[in-house]
Design a protein around this ligand. Structure first.
Ligand code: ADP
Length: 335
């Protein structure tokens, strides 16, 4: 598909350049030919005025006409060679430029395809599970209330997973598409972190994980709901990827015109080769281990990155396997 588009784009580049080049060449040829004819007419008149006795008048005219035609031929040949050179160079250059122009579109389309495939896969797993459970239950001749309740409970769990997944997708598309249009107002970041910590406190308590806060009172211009979601993603991950009984430290401080938020955990860490990819959609480091022990869709950090981008900030990661990870968010005070 993209190869055809590249060829078509090259053809149009070439067509436009050929049109310009041939128009200029026609004008140049006409002007040069007129100039030559004028020069040769003057030369003929001067020769006649000199009236060389041994050369008849018609012979002078014929000789000059031969010279004139030869000169026109030379001009035509040169223009032909120049045009040929321009068209070959334009063809090669056009093909190269068409490739460069189409490359970001090709990458975007491929990303989109991968996204649809990954999203369908994530939805398919719980749907298959619900379908199988219902089919098995329907085959049972005597279905008692207890097993029916169990079936509904299990179905509900799968539905919750799908709901969570679609909520993530909606968040992602909202921040990616409308990130720039978020309502920005003065917000108290200390309060936002405390609110996000409360949201995750049950999860942390369940794993006996202590969340230690060292927060300066800082205000920034930002979108409150998205910032609560952002902080929540990092706290949630820190809890999810830590063993029972570990602790998490969250610091907030001002540094010149920026605010710095640091999440430090004592969790499982991220393999070095995975660090550049963890912000990609659906990416999960060491998939087999994660999928067995922790649930997740690999979308949290992509959403986090979109929120930070919308606030014109940046995220840094530092991690050591089995020692822990540190995520640093830098946000400008007035974005
Ligand atoms: P999810 O947590 O749903 O898998 P995320 O996008 O939030 O998706 O994270 C992507 C991957 O980055 C995770 O699968 C995990 O491997 C890694 N990761 C993120 N945060 C941490 C952390 N605090 N400690 C260890 N690994 C982490």
């Amino acid at each position: 598909m993209f190869h055809n588009a590249r060829l078509r784009l090259t053809f149009w580049y070439l067509f436009i350049i050929a049109l310009i080049s041939l128009s200029f060449s026609t004008i140049i040829y006409r002007d040069v030919a007129n100039e030559l004819e004028r020069g040769f007419t003057i030369a003929e008149q001067r020769l006649r005025a000199l009236s060389i006795p041994s050369t008849p008048k018609y012979k002078v005219k014929l000789l000059l006409e031969d010279e004139l035609n030869a000169a026109k031929h030379v001009v035509l040949l040169r223009l032909f060679i120049i045009n040929g050179f321009i068209l070959i160079t334009a063809g090669l250059g056009g093909y190269f430029l068409a490739g460069k122009t189409l490359q970001p579109i090709e990458t975007m389309v491929n990303d989109q395809k991968r996204f649809v495939a990954d999203a369908s896969h994530e939805l398919r797993t719980p749907l298959t599970s619900i379908k199988t459970e219902i089919e098995v239950a329907l085959r049972e001749k005597k279905l008692n209330t207890k097993s029916l309740q169990q079936l509904l409970k299990s179905n509900l769990e799968e539905i919750d997973k799908m709901k969570k997944f679609t909520d993530y997708l909606l968040s992602l598309s909202r921040y990616e598409v409308q990130g720039k249009d978020l309502l920005m107002e003065r917000v108290n970041l200390k309060e936002i972190i405390e609110e996000a910590q409360k949201v995750n406190s049950i999860l942390a308590k369940g794993k006996h994980i202590l969340i230690d806060l060292e927060l300066e009172k800082v205000e920034i211009k930002g979108n409150k709901a998205s910032l609560v979601e952002l902080i929540s993603i990092f706290i949630n991950n820190a809890v999810k990827y830590s063993e029972k009984g570990k602790s998490i430290n969250i610091r907030l401080r001002k540094e010149r015109r920026n605010v710095i938020i640091i999440f430090k955990d004592e969790g499982i860490g991220i393999p070095k080769q995975d660090i550049p990819h963890i912000f990609d959609r659906f990416y999960r480091a060491d998939i087999s281990r994660n999928k067995e022990t922790t649930d997740g869709f690999g979308l949290g950090l992509s959403i986090a990155r979109s929120i930070v981008d919308a606030h014109k900030g940046e995220i840094k990661v530092d991690s050591k396997m089995n020692e822990g990870s540190t995520f640093t968010i830098i946000l400008p005070q007035s974005s």
